[in-house]
Design a binder for this molecule. Sequence first.
Ligand SMILES: *Cc1c(COP(=O)(O)O)cnc(C)c1O
Length: 364
Amino acid sequence: MELPLRPEIRGLAPYGAPQLDVPVLLNVNENPYAPPAVVVEALAAAVHKAAEGLNRYPDREFVGLRAELAAYLARESGADFLRFENIWAANGSNEVMLHLHQAFGGPGRTTLSFAPTYSMYPEYARDTSTTYVTLPRRDDFSIPVEEASAEIAASQPSLVLLASPNNPTGTALPLNDVRALCDAAAAVDGGCVVVVDEAYAEFRRKGVPSALMLLPEIPHLAVSRTMSKAFAFAGGRLGYLAASVDIIDALRIVRLPYHLSTVTQAIARAALAHVSDLQAQVDEIRAERDETVAWLRAQGYTVADTDANFALFGPFEDREKVFAGLLELGVLIRVVGPDGWLRVSIGTPQEMARFRAALLEVTR
Ligand SMILES: *Cc1c(COP(=O)(O)O)cnc(C)c1O
């Protein structure tokens, strides 16, 4: 039987990192620490309470959750100017990004990003029939801002996606660069929304600012966050975005009705009430990250400077072989980024010890 598949998806397989049953999982940048017992209790109680009202549709505007996310951002980054009207949320920041494309992308429109970057960006564009254009980053994975501004003028995108810290490189973007790119975007005919994807923000090194602080001065800027990484809540599926009310109101138009289930709202709020328990190991992960980078460099590898909970390292003549060797020893990492590089997520000290031992064995 012939299916009337859209030409853009003909012959494609679903995208996703391999989900393998392996002792040491260092491939999708999860927080390696499961929620502690006190949080598990609170989540279970929240689900119990939510279950009593599941005959009703969820709160479509989820004002309570949005207000608590705003309060969290005020505490985390000093962004105390945010109100619930400035916050949007969905089932992972992946869905938030899709909403952005549904509202601001579409046929005849362009999304611009800077490669190498998050492998989902071209998928949001494809799924909304938006043209996806990339400009290469510099060798140190920073963004060549002048060239980028010229590209914005040339390709007139309606969306510019800036991951900071970037995945898979870990590179954080200086606020002056964000500002300059927003200036270039302001000159686009018909408007352009600049999205800074801060999925890894909580892991940034001391002194590295968040683009949230630019929101009051830049109405066409949006900053996306997620509970998947620092919150140890990847399975909870809660991503969110801070932006001007005009941007949020556009996303409210394209969302499916009741897209955030009562259960999701309830567990996200319970998790936010226990943020210090959930993020208890973030400092430890940052320290482990810095030690991992130092160790890899001491072994002679090149490692990209990283403000995230992973490190991109290389070069390897045959990275697939190193990846397979590690997997055989029970350590799953990720083949991603430019040819010759590998990415390892930061796990517990025990997991990183196994990673180091395995890498030494595989490359001996
Ligand atoms: C992990 C990650 C996300 C998070 O996606 P969720 O849908 O919130 O789990 C977003 N952006 C980047 C760049 C990521 O690496």
